[in-house]
Structure formats: structure tokens, C-alpha cells
Write a protein that binds this ligand. Structure first.
Ligand code: ACO
Length: 399
């Protein structure tokens, strides 16, 4: 009930909170996290129950529209998405413009940004039908763009989407299928990816979601806002961590270093080395998503023939960390990214695609948060204050 701008004028006081450790920028009815207890719920439903019983498509519907769909609503949502998977041919030409070794994340953010140029009939953030259309377009096209970014980086031809398949099946086929060969869907693989996408689908006001909201707060369209979110996710302290974890495990394996030795380096903060996949701004307890991934990692790797040695290294690192005062004092536990990379790798994705997979998972969360913000009468343009520490007024030198 108080007027912040009035307070500022009266007292000249501002809250100094670098990294927004303690500043709520919005109200939200989408995701609930209790970081001390390790609880995560989407729209009230515990993540454990959704992981067990829901699908990525159904969870996306839940996040975006607020309630679980009826079977007919889910079928309609699925069909609408299937009908929008094709990319404009000119947009496909876009991929040829990047260097061959381009990282697929900036390719993804660029192509998603470019959707504003190709689909100009769905850019009005306050037109309900246009918002619906851009929602479905993004859900349908982002996984296709992601698969094409992958194909581009390995020099293989891009397939047309097959609309007899759902979103996750289609993505697998577009990522791994070849033109002349029929692609056999592996239900274990699809189920594993579906689960990981559910676990990533939303996480309240994290860095990329806050970015989507901040960009959207200027009334920027959904494509532009989500593209900015993808850029935020790219960083190694956020979505890029899953790729960094696998590189870290690989390095430990390749150098034959004992996990204990690596842990000493981390604790001494040698060269800024961190135990990637550990720690979280909000969770000061085991990340409930990491718990689910860890529980399934063994099963999935056994089925897919993953690298058990890397999993062993990961588990030894975790065991050491959980018993170490450095980690206990700082309440550092594995986050969702600690075990996911091993599974993505076993599925056949190169490291560069890991963060892209995170982006596919996070998409319904970004969309839901953007829509919630646009409908919220309290929304104002995001504009933090600062504490100026630069030079005082001085005169331009007369030469
Ligand atoms: N390894 C070693 N030490 C760590 C780690 C880690 N992974 N994470 C935090 N610490 C230490 C910090 O050095 C700091 O120690 P200090 O008090 O001696 O200076 C203390 O723990 C507090 O950490 P902060 O960095 O201040 O915590 P913050 O909330 O700002 O950062 C973050 C959270 C970015 C996730 C951090 O834990 C980190 O860098 N982790 C590794 C990267 C990672 O896994 N990111 C994925 C996050 S989850 C996601 O995006 C899905």
C-alpha cells in the first residue's frame, strides 16, 4: 500500500540490492519455490507428481493457461502446435549465414528474434488472439529452430517437420533423422527428454525469466522478449551450466585427477574454479529437480548406454561435497544441471546443444510469465535505480 515514487521523492532513499537478492519485482501465481525445504510447484502441483504423471505438453498448458487441460483441450493444443511447426523458407535460409562452428544458442536467439519479422500479424501484446497465435507459433517453431541449429552445426540437411508426431517426437526426429532413412521413435528416449523438459519448464523469477519480463515490460512483443531470455540463459552461471558440468567431468576424467584434488581447487578458489552444477540462489537445500534427475540418471544411462565413468565421477564429487564443511556452510547442493548433461550426452546430443534443450524446456515458463505480466494492471516498465559513484560535475577543458 505505499507509494514508492513518493517515498523516493521525500527521502531520496533507494534500496541497494545488487543481483536482486531480496527484491521482489512482481507478484506471480505461476510457480512456487521454497528454497529452504527444496519445494517446487507449478500452479500448485508438486514437481514430483508432474514428473511422474504429466507430459511436457500438458505441463506447458498448465503453466500458460493456469489449469490442467481436459483431454479435448490438450488434444486441441497439441493439434494447433503441430499445424504451426513449419518455418518460413526464408527463415530457413537464415541458418546458412552463420559460421559452421557457431554455437546453437546465439543461432537460436537470433532466429527467435527474427520471428518478429516473419510473423508480423501476431506482435500486439494486448490483442488476445495475437498473443494466442504467437504462443502457439513459439511452442511449435522454437524446437524446430533448435533442431536446425544442431543440424547446421553438424553439416547435415534439415528435415521438414512431420506433423504425425508430437512436439518432443518431432524434435528428436528433426535432430537425429536423415532424409533417406525412416526415423524410428525410441519411446524411452522420448520419455526421458519429456521428463527433463518438464523439470525445466518454469522456475519463477530466474535470470532469463526476469529478462523476458524486463524486456516485455517495455511492451516488446513475445518473440523479442523470449529471444532476450535465450541470451540470458546462454551464460554459464545460468543455463550454460549443464554444458560446463560435462566439460568439468571430462577434464577430471582426461587428466586422471582425483575428485578430492579437484575439490581442493574449488575450495581454494584456484583460478576461480567452481563446482559447476552446484549452488543456487534460492535453493539452500537439495534442488528437487536434481533429486528426480539423479534418481532416473542410472536407469536412463543403462538404457541408452551412457558414460558410466563420468556418472561415477559426478557421484563421487557429490558425495565429497555433501560431507564437506565448505559446501555445508554455504548450503551448496547439486542443482538441476548437475546430472542432466550426462543424460543429454547419452541421448546423442553434443555439449553445445545442452543449453538449447534447457531453452526448449523453459519456453512455456517464459511465455506464461510474459502473458501474466501483460495482463497484470500493476505492470510498469522495469527500470532499476542506481547509486552513482562516478566523477562529480567538472568542466570540459578549454584547449
Ligand atoms: N562451487 C564452489 N563454490 C561456490 C559455488 C560452486 N558451484 N557456488 C557458490 N559458491 C560459493 C561462492 O564462492 C560464495 O563463497 P564465499 O561466500 O566464500 O564468497 C558462496 O558459495 C555463495 O555463492 P554466491 O556466488 O554468492 O551465490 P549466488 O546466489 O550469487 O550464485 C550460482 C548462485 C550462480 C548458481 C552459484 O552457486 C554458481 O555459480 N554455481 C555454479 C554454476 C551453476 O551451476 N549454475 C546453474 C544454476 S541453476 C540454473 O540456472 C538452472
Amino acid at each position: 500500500g505505499f507509494d514508492v515514487s513518493k517515498l523516493l521523492k521525500q527521502t531520496g532513499t533507494v534500496t541497494f540490492d545488487p543481483g536482486f537478492m531480496n527484491t521482489a519485482a512482481t507478484t506471480s501465481a505461476i510457480t512456487y519455490i521454497d528454497g529452504d525445504q527444496g519445494i517446487l510447484r507449478y500452479r500448485g502441483y508438486p514437481i514430483e507428481q508432474l514428473a511422474k504423471h504429466s507430459s511436457f505438453l500438458e505441463t506447458s498448458y498448465l503453466l500458460i493457461y493456469g489449469e490442467l487441460p481436459t483431454p479435448t483441450e490438450l488434444e486441441n493444443f497439441d493439434q494447433r502446435i503441430r499445424r504451426h511447426t513449419l518455418l518460413h523458407e526464408d527463415l530457413k535460409g537464415f541458418f546458412g549465414g552463420f559460421p559452421r562452428d557457431a554455437h546453437p544458442m546465439p543461432v537460436l536467439s537470433s532466429a527467435v528474434s527474427a520471428l518478429s519479422t516473419f510473423y508480423q500479424d501476431s506482435l500486439d501484446p494486448f490483442d488476445e488472439e495475437q498473443v494466442e497465435l504467437s504462443t502457439v507459433r513459439l511452442m511449435a517453431k522454437l524446437p524446430v529452430i533448435a533442431a536446425y541449429a544442431h543440424k547446421k552445426s553438424i553439416g547435415q540437411p534439415m528435415l521438414y517437420p512431420d506433423n504425425s508426431m508430437n512436439l518432443v517426437e518431432n524434435f528428436m526426429r528433426l535432430s537425429f533423422g536423415l532424409p533417406a532413412e525412416p526415423y524410428e521413435i525410441d519411446p524411452d528416449l522420448v520419455k526421458a527428454l519429456d521428463l527433463l523438459l518438464i523439470l525445466h519448464a518454469d522456475h519463477e523469477q530466474n535470470c532469463s525469466t526476469s529478462t523476458v519480463r524486463l524486456v516485455g515490460s517495455s511492451n516488446a512483443n513475445m518473440f523479442a522478449s523470449v529471444s532476450a531470455g535465450i541470451s540470458a540463459l546462454f551464460g554459464p552461471l545460468h543455463g550454460g551450466a549443464n554444458e560446463a558440468v560435462l566439460n568439468m567431468l571430462r577434464d577430471i576424467q582426461a587428466t586422471g585427477m582425483q575428485p578430492e584434488t579437484f575439490m581442493e581447487k574449488v575450495k581454494n578458489k584456484e583460478d576461480g574454479v567452481k563446482l559447476m552444477g552446484f549452488g543456487h540462489r534460492v535453493y539452500k537445500n537439495y534442488d528437487p529437480r536434481a533429486k528426480i534427475v539423479k534418481a532416473t540418471a542410472h536407469d536412463i544411462l543403462a538404457k541408452l548406454g551412457g558414460n558410466d565413468e563420468l556418472l561415477d565421477i559426478a557421484m563421487r564429487l557429490e558425495e565429497k561435497a555433501l560431507a564437506d564443511d565448505y559446501f555445508i556452510e554455504r548450503k551448496l547442493y547439486p542443482n538441476v544441471d548437475f546430472y542432466t548433461g550426462l543424460i543429454y550426452k547419452a541421448m546423442g546430443f553434443p555439449e553445445k546443444m545442452f543449453t538449447v534443450l534447457f531453452a526448449i524446456g523453459r519456453l512455456p515458463g517464459w511465455i506464461a510469465q510474459w502473458r501474466e505480466m501483460m495482463q497484470d494492471p500493476q505492470t510498469k516498465i522495469g527500470r532499476p535505480r542506481q547509486l552513482y559513484t562516478g566523477a562529480p560535475e567538472r568542466n570540459y577543458p578549454q584547449r
